[in-house]
Ligand binder design. Sequence first.
Ligand SMILES: [Zn+2]
Length: 321
Amino acid sequence: MANNSSPETLLGAIRYFSDPDVALHFLAGLRWPKGVECPECGARDPLFLKTRRLWKCRECKKQFSVKVGTIFEGSPIGLDKWLPCLWMLANCKNGISSYEVARALGVTQKTGWFMLHRIRLAMQTKTFAKIGGEVEVDETFIGGRARFMHKSKRERVIKGTGGLGKVAVMGFLKRGKGEKTSSVRLSIIPNPPKKSDLHSNVQQVVKRGASVYTDALVHYNGLDEAFFHDVIDHSVQYVKGRVHTNGMENFWSLLKRAIKGTYVSVEPFHLFRYLDEQAFRFNARKGTDGSRFLAVARATVGKRLTYKALIGANMPAAQTC
Ligand SMILES: [Zn+2]
């Protein structure tokens, strides 16, 4: 339904979704393309309670809203705010901070922070399919802002990361071919990284027999048993024919720019959500704003993140970024 007329700009999205009925039917159309279904028993054709914007199942008699079973569940924030927020995070190249969300949508910074994290959950690409072809593999270290933190906070935040306050991230860039653009996959690895960590990650992500390009880090030695492994020695040169990791390096610089420029500080505990966000935008970079928005909106279904799960057991109460 609504998808033909779905907005193409942020302004369009704000206008379009300012009507709560339009927003409701937009989301209902995305999650139930064949007609509304009871999330409890699966029965079709529930009764729509127009004034309350709820459905009532004719079979099990349960009432449900369009938010049930999505990242929006349990949130008192209306879709008129949620959907523009989703638009911004899907499309702002360097991300958007909770302070900006708070100002733009008239919510508190804490609410904005929670909204952004829930949307990042929708942006998480859960794929277990291995990648083949030509793959650039590289690792980087993110963070180090812990040094600006108060000592007690720093101790809480950086424990378990080798005392450096940095998080080690491993990246895999599958090179594009023809129409297909390159895409990245990221995983957080222990810091300092061990050879076994690097090897097991490559084996998990990359198909046997694929071409794997890395820098000359000795930890990568031995990959040639399962892959066509070629090495670029950065102390000598940066490109050796097709052998380089420039695509991955380019992604790291985009990622670091976004994190430094937009987010005041990222707790290591939450870093993976920012990685999901950046990888999503990078992998969908050839689409339009409207198509990126739709991709995230569709992925809001079947995912849930409670505030308790988000803040974890021992995180500081005040959240930034
Ligand atoms: Zn039912």
